[in-house]
Structure formats: structure tokens, C-alpha cells
Design a protein around this ligand. Structure first.
Ligand code: GLU
Length: 475
């Protein structure tokens, strides 16, 4: 049983997700059989293996759960954390199923976890542990380009994904699609440009789309655009950092507080996200960051007045203990499961709007999908047609200049005569998926008489799509 806040509150993470799904199933009046098929986690494997660390064998334990395989491969990250257990991995695998369905990524849902504090091991040790874990997963059918494709999650990144891919390649040198066995790889080793920033970028795109809908903004007690909005971010890891960085530098949001493990830093005029990030890298925490107030009780800052609260760290941070005191107008769930089932009900009653995790942090898996396609195609996006589009742009410019007898300004010329590279295409695909996801969620919420929050709308959309697939081709 997990030691997380979920368990302490008497309800595990998996139960919390299940309750949300139950509610959606009830609203939809879904056939009971399909409902139960949806809820069950199809398979889960527990693996324990020894690795020699400083001359002594240390035993590591991990899990990989496949919640659904109605579409293959099943997809989801692998997290390295000191506290992770089967319950959590199953809950996260279920969320992956719904996440993929909401944003139309044609994958099933899976998730993995290894009990480890990665900060306690050096690079070589982590490589040995990761390669061994990957070998176990491969041997047991839980890692391959066709069936189950891991990606980074908490505590893992491109480096670990590179090791896993290489382990697969060595075991199956004849598999021409070996690169597609894992996503989130370094760009030099088959990764796609834009994957590393993708989840945080997706949170930004989700918020941008939300603010394009005036009625929704008003309903959340907000007004205007993203510009100048006061934002609190919890967790400056890969997701939190990128979300905060893009919101500050591209949308002129004010990041008024950043909450980390050792406390929070605050500045009502807005923090310099990159400066805080570098300080954290050098000092291991936010404490001591110059020109900002420090508060050692970080979790109290979640309750501070702000426009948008972005929990981007752990699950179960907003519970029945603090939901009554949350003053944000809008919560964008960059983490998985930051709000418990009961806390969700309290917030809903209090009119706090939530952009739910299964949609809000889908940017990672969306770009993982692009990476997987790139790996199966064996060609970088834009490689074949970039130059073609550039020369077509140049011809159009020449035609315009000849017809009008005037010169197109240089800045416009550069835009028109530019062919899209991989970065442009990945961002455009991510933006489009996030826009469409939000639009569908809003439309569902407004059109369904029994739905009055975005989370239920998102779950109903996901379940409708999965149930359709079950009806069409069976379980
Ligand atoms: N770990 C990320 C998530 O929870 C990404 C999963 C993936 O790219 O497969 O969504």
C-alpha cells in the first residue's frame, strides 16, 4: 500500500481514478459489461532483480502495468521514485488509456515504476540498473515497438530512454524498427525535436485554448487573455519548468510563486523562471534564491491567491485537508492525479475550475506518438519537403512582386519562403491536438445536461471512444 497522501486519506490513487471513471460511466448510462471491461487493468507485472552496487548486490523492484491494449502499442512512461507501488502504477496506466483517447493518440494505456531514489546513484550505476530493468521488461513482453512502448516520467529522462532503446537493439539487432521501442530518446538517438519540452508546452497550449473561450474564462471568475495572469507552479521538474518558462516568456504571465521540495519562492511582480531553475540546479533547492521571499512551508503556498495554479509535481497534493482553502480560480493539472476525488468535489462546489490531468498533460504522449511515427518511417519530419515548400514560397513571392510592382518586406518574405522543420511540425501538431482536445471538452460540458466540470467531460469523451472500439471489434 502506498505511503502517499491518497493512502493516508483512506483512498488509494487507483480507487480515486476509479471513482472518477465510475461517475462518468453512470452519467453516460453505459452498458455494465463495457464499464467493467474498461475499469480493469489488463495485466501487471512485478519484477525484482539484483544489480551490483559498490561490490554488493542490491535488489530493485519495479512494475509495468498494461491497462488497455485495444490499440497497440500500449503507451506510458516509466517513473523512478522512492515511493512507487503497484497501485500507483495501475492508476497511472488507466490514466494513460483515457489520456490517449481524449487527444486521439491511437495507443493503449500502460505505465511503469521502479522503487529507487535516482539521486543516490551515479551515472554508471543508473545505467546498469536501467539496462537490467529493460532486459527484464523485454524478456517478459513488456517492451517492444509493436506492443509496449515506454517513455520518460518522473525521475527518468532522455538518457534512461536511450539506454533502454540500446538494450532492446542489442537483443533484437534484426528488428529494423528497434528505435520505436521507446520514446523520449535523445535527439541524436532517434528522438524527435520538441519531445523534451512537450508536456510543459502542452500545458501552455491548453491554457491558451482555454483563454480563447471568453465564456469559459468568465465562468472561472477570470477575464481577458493569459497576459499578466498570476500563476503559481508547484514543481520545477521537466514539466513544471517548461510550462512556467513558456508562460512567462511567450504569454507574459507572472509566475508569482514556485513551490519546490525545500520550500517556495515568491515575488508578486513575477519570478524569473530560468534564474530560479538555474539556482535550483546549482543548489539543489529554491532556498537562497536572491530577490525573492522564501517560505519554508511550501504546501501553504498552494493556498495563496492567484489566477492559475499549476500543480506539476506529485499526485495527491490537493486533498480534503486543503481543498477548502485553495484560492486559485483555475487549476491546470500538469501532474497526474494532483487532486483527489473528494477534493475535486469540494473544489467543484466552490467554483474552482480544473483543466484535468488526462487532457492537460497529454502533450508528452502526443509528441511521443510523433516520435514513434518518425521512428517507423525512418525519416526526420520535414526532411523531404522542407526545401520544396521554400522554393514554392519564393515563387509565390516573385509572382506577387511582379504583379504588384512592389517589394514584399523582408520579415514577411522570411515567413513566406520558410519551409517547416521538425521542430515547427511537432509544435504545430501538438498545438492542433491540444486545441481540438479542449474544444471537444468544452463542447461536451456545455451540451451534456449531467456534466458540469471539465474532468467529467474529458472522461466521458474518452470512454465513448474506447467503448466504441470495444463495440466494433470486441474486447
Ligand atoms: N510519462 C508521460 C505521461 O504520463 C508520457 C508518456 C508517453 O509519452 O508515453 O503522459
Amino acid at each position: 500500500m502506498s505511503d502517499t497522501k491518497f493512502a493516508k486519506k483512506g483512498m488509494t490513487f487507483r480507487k480515486s481514478v476509479e471513482h472518477m471513471v465510475d461517475h462518468a460511466i453512470e452519467i453516460m448510462e453505459l452498458d455494465e459489461g463495457i464499464g467493467s471491461a474498461l475499469k480493469v487493468c489488463q495485466s501487471v507485472i512485478q519484477i525484482s532483480f539484483p544489480v551490483e552496487i559498490n561490490g554488493k548486490a542490491e535488489i530493485f523492484t519495479g512494475w509495468r502495468a498494461t491497462h488497455s491494449d485495444h490499440r497497440l502499442p500500449s503507451k506510458g512512461g516509466i517513473r523512478y521514485a522512492p515511493i512507487v507501488d503497484q497501485d500507483e502504477v495501475e492508476a497511472l496506466a488507466a490514466l494513460m488509456t483515457y489520456k490517449c483517447a481524449i487527444v486521439d493518440v491511437p495507443f493503449g494505456g500502460s505505465k511503469g515504476g521502479l522503487v529507487i531514489d535516482p539521486r543516490k546513484y551515479d551515472r554508471n550505476q543508473l545505467e546498469a540498473i536501467t539496462r537490467r530493468f529493460a532486459r527484464e521488461l523485454i524478456g517478459k513482453g513488456y517492451l517492444s515497438p509493436a506492443k509496449n512502448v515506454p517513455a520518460p516520467d518522473m525521475g527518468t529522462g532522455p538518457r534512461e530512454m536511450g539506454w533502454m532503446t540500446d538494450t532492446y537493439r542489442r537483443l533484437f539487432p534484426d528488428d529494423i524498427n528497434y528505435m520505436g521501442a521507446v520514446t523520449g530518446k535523445p535527439v541524436e538517438h532517434g528522438g524527435v525535436r520538441g519531445r523534451n519540452e512537450a508536456t510543459g508546452r502542452g500545458v501552455q497550449y491548453a491554457l491558451r485554448e482555454f483563454f480563447r473561450h471568453g465564456e469559459e474564462v468568465k465562468n472561472a471568475g477570470l477575464e481577458g487573455s493569459l497576459e499578466g495572469k498570476q500563476v503559481i507552479v508547484q514543481g520545477l521538474g521537466n514539466v513544471g519548468y517548461h510550462a512556467a518558462h513558456f508562460l512567462q516568456t511567450e504569454d507574459d504571465c507572472k509566475i508569482i510563486a514556485i513551490i519546490e521540495r525545500d520550500g517556495a519562492v515568491l515575488d508578486p511582480d513575477g519570478l524569473d523562471v530560468d534564474a530560479v531553475f538555474h539556482h535550483m540546479r546549482e543548489n539543489g533547492g529554491v532556498k537562497g534564491f536572491p530577490d525573492a521571499r522564501f517560505e519554508s512551508d511550501g504546501s501553504s503556498i498552494l493556498e495563496m491567491e492567484c489566477d492559475i495554479l499549476i500543480p506539476a509535481a506529485l499526485e495527491g497534493v490537493i486533498t480534503t485537508d486543503n481543498a477548502d482553502r485553495i484560492k486559485a480560480h483555475l487549476i491546470a493539472e500538469a501532474a497526474n492525479g494532483p487532486v483527489t476525488f473528494e477534493a475535486d468535489k469540494i473544489l467543484q462546489k466552490r467554483g474552482v475550475e480544473i483543466i484535468p490531468d488526462a487532457y492537460c498533460n497529454a502533450g508528452g504522449v502526443i509528441v511521443s506518438y510523433f516520435e514513434w511515427i518518425r521512428n517507423l518511417n525512418h525519416v526526420r519530419f520535414g526532411r523531404i519537403d522542407k526545401r520544396f515548400h521554400e522554393s514554392r514560397g519564393e515563387h509565390i513571392l516573385t509572382a506577387i512582386e511582379m504583379a504588384t510592382d512592389s517589394k514584399v518586406p523582408d520579415w514577411l518574405r522570411d515567413q513566406i519562403a520558410r519551409g517547416a522543420d521538425e521542430f515547427d511540425l511537432v509544435r504545430s501538431g501538438l498545438d492542433d491536438s491540444m486545441r481540438q482536445g479542449m474544444q471537444e471538452i468544452i463542447e461536451k460540458r456545455r451540451s451534456h445536461p449531467k456534466i458540469d466540470d471539465y474532468r467529467m467531460a474529458a472522461f466521458v469523451i474518452a470512454i465513448e471512444k474506447i467503448a466504441r472500439s470495444y463495440r466494433d471489434i470486441g474486447f
